[in-house]
Ligand binder design. Sequence first.
Ligand code: NOJ
Length: 557
Amino acid sequence: MSTPLSTPIDIMSDPNWWRQAVVYQIYPRSFADSGGDGIGDLKGITSRVNYLASLGIDAVWLSPFYPSALADGGYDVDDYRNVDPKLGTLADFDEMIGALHAAGLKLIVDIVPNHTSNRHEWFRQALAAGPGSAERNRYIFRDGKGPGGAEPPSEWPSYFGGSSWERVPDGQWYLHLFAKEQPDLNWDNREVRDDFLTTLRFWADRGVDGFRIDVAHHLVKDFSRPFPDRSALDLETLEHGQHPFADRDEVHDIYAEWRQVFNEYDPPRTAVAEAWVHASRRARYASPQGLGQAFNFDLLQSDFDAASFRRIITHNLTEARQSGASSTWVFSNHDVVRHATRYGLPKAASLASTGGEFQSGHAWLLSGGTSPELDVELGIRRANAATLLMLALPGSGYLYQGEELGLHEVGDLPADAMQDPTFFRSHGVEKGRDGCRVPLPWTIDGPSFGFGSAGAHLPQPAWFGPRSVQAEDDDPSSTLNLYRRALALRRKLQGGEALEWVDDLGDTVLHFRRPGGWESITNFGAEPVPLPPGVVLSSSPLNDETELPPDTTAWIS
Ligand code: NOJ
């Protein structure tokens, strides 16, 4: 379909490869299915390495591929040092990483340390061994309140709806901040800490280049004081480090130990924290003594708006400088409504949806993708403009599979197809995250649009055909070819991690300059603005080389 670019030579040995890398997130069960069972697998990824290399990315981040009953899309891990048999074997993993490395691509895997699955050997042992046992002490078991301990130990809600406590047959309760199939581990237990060090070495020894750490801010809990009311759990209002189970200072002792493990390797293994913490607290996760980098989800939570983009960029670059890390940028991932869709909705609708990190486009999703009306083309146009801006920023950019095709969220999945626990635990009130996890379209037609030889584990809409890789491959104006051109140019133009704002085109335009004369200009306004000469790429066609139309980014060099 496409020819791989020549292998970048230095990225494989450069210890700083991650600082300005472009990382492509693969949600493995929805990427490519080689086995014909409707579920994406590791051999499917291996078969698409040429596609990944031809995109021009630097690394792949693989969401969990471990054995799992999929109570939470694989973030409920049964065994941290194995591959889900539905996705392949450890030998398939070795083959996949070999193919990625041969193509000059690094591999980051997801580590889920806050909770195991309820099918993990440890949790089975904990249930069998009973209250007070060493086996239970790997998790957080407590007696309940009220007569017979029949009420949960606290009224804390789980992130996925309902209580965060589940009762077991002998009457005790265990904590699960997410689904009840995801019991929280007890990180005060040395055995838990040592086991994760073994897991990190297990994958690093197999050649894994870095780790994405799931809810990195939740591991340490302090239950030495009575459980506070749920109203006292707001991270924004609590004094820093005082929350009983989020962003406690002691969590950094864990990551300092992990850093020692990362540094046993050459080049050192990298890590990026998923930490939903106050912006001022993010730097600690990103410090070189800790995980080294942390996601900032600020752009992902922002409307398509010049002032707020500028504020976020300035703030995060300052913060990154302070921590010694480089900044991260992300618009889409497996947890949020795709950015093409968010930007195609009226601003008021996306603003009304600021109820939490997974809530953008909330009203639209709740309506089954019908209301407010989605402007499909505007969404893609703005998403491409935003992505081009993002790819010109210093730091690393994280892309989510399918965004390079301009895919929208699938908003009309039927209830009987849903898989996300948020849908079930909220009794269908929430629609969940399945709409961004629908298997990728590779071909214009055929069974599951080339995802595999049979169906797809989530139903694909008819509009996936014209948005498939095959359809976009030969179309010079496609989003896919825009991404390819942008990533190839970025490699050439990328220099030091500096950015200088150029205030010459008004409040609704963001214009900045990078070292070496690379400039990016985005027009967020309603009128065209004048362009300097030297355009090398634009996110939408320019009518006239001298003017930048609305909702468009141009690169100048
Ligand atoms: C964050 C992950 O991105 C999300 O998909 C998952 O549901 C939660 N952590 C719990 O593991």
